[in-house]
Design a binder for this molecule. Structure first.
Ligand code: SAM
Ligand code: SF4
Length: 349
């Protein structure tokens, strides 16, 4: 897919009164705010963090619950309709249930936002029910392997059983759809593409494979060793008949019906088939920096603005200024590409 941005002059649903929507200079309407609740994590996935972790964000720089909800309120007022909580591991944040409740109650021009969560699921057995009662709509759960020993090597923690218990807990409290994410890695779990998909389909979940991106703290990513969408599909086709699902919109995952459907499997091919042209996402880090892109090399400091007493209009203007600088694509394949200083765990995936 081309990385050329859409150029429609007035995106659908943007006419009428109220504040101008969050449209960047390439015509992309922004509806999706990803909020990192913490940069800390209970696992150490090799593609994300080194064994010893990373230098954590200082406590004084972390947004408080009120600060975080205030920024979300400004975003929702500007037309954000989806808020995804992520991290690091978002369930490590003690106020996560409160954050979900308060964000789910916000009102914007399009009504209340849908609040979802990306998690390693370790704390879901304890938190799934309170999160659902607080208004959480959906969960995406990361599970890269079904093999205990591999899980231990890959995440550097022997906790496959906890992730499986977390998935079961999400299911038992009625979250739907449940999406499972796996980063495909050569010689590590690429031979499990079919088994993971079967695991998901048998339980009514959707499996999605993610191309590994240059966002690891150790800067070890190499384009040549990355498992591509083409290879993932090739492996899937050894066991299933795949038919492309039309109408992807701004979703990162391209979907295929498995054996005629209704079950689907997805691939997030951020590197080999970037979808920047339809991107509707903007990101807030746990220390209050707004980022127009996962790969952005600059940030807009909402925390300082907020702590210096900025009103909602000033924060809204900062949102717009951040998006004004959004590039048309991530340019990973460009020789001049530079990995962002922050690792994925401190941006929010
Ligand atoms: N800890 C939670 C989890 O693992 O789901 C949420 C944060 S994690 C950074 C969000 C997603 O980013 C996970 O699905 C993870 O597999 C993915 N991820 C992390 N590092 C990545 C990388 N270098 N390339 C591609 N995906 C990555
Ligand atoms: Fe933690 Fe998620 Fe990174 Fe794994 S991918 S180390 S679970 S933040």
């Amino acid at each position: 897919m081309s990385t050329e941005p859409r150029t429609s002059p007035a995106p659908r649903g943007t006419t009428g009164t109220g504040p101008a929507p969050l449209v960047d200079r390439h015509g992309r309407l922004h509806r999706d705010l990803r909020i990192s609740l913490t940069d800390r994590c209970s696992l150490r996935c090799t593609y994300c963090m080194p064994a010893e972790g990373v230098p954590w964000l200082a406590g004084s720089t972390m947004l408080s619950t009120d600060e975080l909800v205030r920024i979300a309120r400004v975003g929702v007022g500007l037309g954000i309709t989806e808020v995804r909580l992520t991290g690091g591991e978002p369930l490590l944040r003690p106020d996560v249930v409160d954050v979900v409740r308060r964000i789910a109650e916000l009102e914007g021009p399009q009504g209340r936002p849908e609040v979802s969560l990306t998690t390693n699921a370790l704390r879901l057995p304890a938190l799934a029910a309170p999160l659902r009662d607080a208004g959480l709509a959906r969960v995406n759960i990361s599970i890269d392997t079904l093999d205990r020993e591999r899980f231990r090597t890959l995440t550097r923690r022997d906790r496959l059983h906890d992730t499986l218990a977390g998935i079961a807990a999400a299911d038992s409290v009625g979250f739907t759809p449940i999406k499972l994410n796996a980063v495909a890695m050569r010689g590590v779990n690429d031979d499990e593409v079919v088994a993971l998909t079967r695991f998901a389909i048998e339980r009514g979940y959707q499996m999605r494979f993610i191309e590994q991106m240059p966002l690891d703290a150790g800067h070890t990513w190499e384009r040549t060793s990355m498992v591509t969408q083409g290879e993932i599909l090739e492996r899937l086709r050894t066991a299933f008949e795949l038919t492309e699902v039309p109408g992807r919109g701004s979703a990162p995952a391209e979907l295929w019906y498995v054996d005629g459907g209704p079950a689907t499997v997805g691939v997030i091919a951020s590197v080999s088939a970037p979808f920047c042209g339809a991107c509707d996402r903007v990101r807030l880090t746990a220390d209050g920096q707004l980022r127009a892109c996962l790969f952005a090399r600059s940030e807009t400091d909402l925390r300082t603005l907020l702590r210096e007493g900025a009103d909602d209009d000033a924060l809204g203007a900062a949102f717009r200024a951040c998006l004004a600088g959004k590039k048309p694509g991530h340019d990973i394949d460009d020789p001049s590409f530079l990995q962002p200083d922050r690792p994925m765990s401190a941006i929010g995936g």
